[in-house]
Design a protein. Structure first.
Length: 77
């Protein structure tokens, strides 16, 4: 299943909590309704991203995992 997105954030080289901080910065600059795809390789980021989305005005559209990567599709509401 393919999920469309408007902006891509590759945070695979970043350690926690940097991917979450970058996610917020990118989402702040996006218009409502836009979708951000975040790619990370750190398992600790999973909980951080989920908590960030849950506690803010965003929707986690989809979350996937491949061999070494975690993908989050976040919609700005």
């Amino acid at each position: 299943m393919k999920t469309d997105y408007d902006v891509l954030l590759d945070a695979t080289q970043d350690d926690c909590p940097v991917p979450t901080i970058k996610t917020k910065q990118v989402l702040d600059g996006m218009p409502p309704g836009a979708v951000l795809k975040v790619i990370t390789s750190k398992e600790g980021t999973i909980r951080n991203i989920r908590t960030f989305v849950k506690n803010n005005h965003y929707e986690l559209v989809r979350e996937t995992k491949s061999a070494e990567r975690f993908n989050f599709y976040i919609k700005k509401l």
